[in-house]
Design a protein around this ligand. Structure first.
Ligand code: ADP
Length: 406
């Protein structure tokens, strides 16, 4: 036998012994943990039942950090009965609270179970359960933090957007005061105040729509909705804007298609697409509204031959307050919220919005919604729908009534 072979055999024997010893140590450790688990201070009556009924991750640990009982959700953080609490920050919290007594809460980022998962932001609360036991409750607040951040951004952006027209109104009021002797100037400033007021109205209306869509868990007023009615109401509300912009509105495609949802919200969504299509199109061009029933899906496409949207902007235009061309959007009375409303309204209906666009050629926004069978409608329903259409017509957006265009 060569010396290399002897060395290899020695190495193999060494490995086998090493692995054997490790297994033995692990087995002994687990056995010790089991014994400790069985013999350690008894968990107070009812605590295990409470843990079982908890939605949060929670566990009872002893002084050595050994986990004695857990809630179901604790496994999400890799916390298991019979194992040692692994996370160092959680252990530190438990130690601190143990030394001071009472309760302690800390917010920290911890990794759930396997390392591949994103760290979660948690609020961990440790409380003394007895001389040897601590209760640890770990509440996942990641989603809460995301929503808070979104809300804060929204409030900050909204106040920023409101500042401009409010500031303009106050400056114009001062200008009117100092031009009191010049009726022509007063008329000009008054007209500008009116325009700013309309802009404020438009902005607050859209902010309300968006926060309603984002706040509610579902749609408030859900009924079978005829897409024909939605298209007719949206077009009627935009005839004046299209006329004064010199844009022709054309309706095409399938008729008699139905979805389940809130007619007002759908009319507003299609209306926002029409407003944009008209605003971002040149005089003499066409804006088409087409409906296509494709199996279980209804597609409502609003197509224009306008300025189009660059690839980089296509990624972002559904974000709140995002505008591809800030100056142009403001000049035409835009709020930067129209498409965000379209996106949320569509999602609330279980659908999605698709966008095709080429700069200089035009854009097509397609709302895709789940289709339903044609329902049997009674006369009451018909009257309700007629009233809804009238209301939508009366609420045509200020931008549409202004007939402003690019
Ligand atoms: P806005 O009130 O500014 O129109 P939207 O949320 O409705 O806000 O649209 C966001 C941005 O997307 C607009 O500012 C504009 O740059 C771009 N956009 C939307 N629709 C069109 C369109 N049909 N053609 C070209 N650009 C569009």
């Amino acid at each position: 036998m060569s010396s290399t072979e002897i060395a290899l055999i020695a190495l193999a024997i060494g490995l086998i012994i090493g692995v054997g010893v490790s297994l033995l140590v692990m087995w002994a450790y687990r056995a010790k943990a089991r014994v400790e688990l069985e013999t350690s201070s008894a968990i107070p009556d009812g605590v295990a039942d409470v843990l079982r009924s908890m939605d949060d991750a929670a566990c009872v640990v002893d002084v050595s950090g050994l986990v004695l009982a857990t809630s179901v959700a604790a496994t999400r953080f890799g916390i298991e009965v019979g194992a040692i609490l692994e996370n160092q920050e959680l252990r530190q919290l438990v130690r601190n609270v143990r030394s001071t007594g009472g309760t302690g809460t800390e917010t920290m980022r911890i990794t759930r179970g396997g390392l591949s998962l994103d760290p979660r932001l948690v609020s961990a609360r440790a409380s003394t359960l007895g001389p040897r036991l601590m209760l640890l409750i770990i509440r996942d607040v990641t989603e809460q933090e995301r929503l808070d951040q979104m809300r804060n951004d929204f409030v900050a952006n909204t106040s920023h957007e409101l500042k401009t027209p409010v500031g303009a109104v106050s400056l114009l009021a001062e200008a009117i005061e100092s031009a009191a002797d010049d009726p022509a100037q007063v008329r000009i400033f008054a007209a500008r105040i009116s325009a700013e007021a309309a802009r404020l109205g438009q902005l607050t209306g859209r902010i309300l729509s968006l926060s309603r869509l984002q706040a509610a868990d579902g749609l408030a007023d859900v009924n079978p909705v005829a897409i024909d009615e939605v298209i007719m109401a949206s077009i009627e509300a935009h005839v004046v804007q299209a006329d004064s912009a010199g844009v022709e509105l054309v309706r095409g495609g399938d008729r008699g298609v139905w979805v389940r949802g809130d007619a007002q919200i759908l009319i507003e969504a299609v209306g926002n697409l029409l407003t944009n299509a008209i605003v971002y199109s040149p005089r003499g061009s066409r804006v088409g509204v087409g409906v296509k029933a494709d199996g279980d899906v209804v597609e409502i496409a609003v197509a224009d031959q306008g300025i189009g949207i660059s690839e980089a902007d296509r990624e972002r235009i559904f974000e709140r307050f995002y505008r591809a061309d800030e100056a142009r959007s403001r000049r035409t009375g835009g709020t930067g919220l129209g498409l965000s409303i379209v996106k949320h309204a569509t999602q609330r209906h279980g659908g999605e919005v698709r966008l095709w666009s080429r700069p200089g050629r035009g854009s097509t926004f397609t709302i895709r919604l789940p289709r339903i069978e044609t329902p049997v409608i009674d006369q009451d329903e018909k009257r309700k729908k007629k009233r809804a259409r009238k209301a939508a017509k009366a609420a045509a957006p200020a931008r549409a009534r202004n007939g402003d265009r690019a």
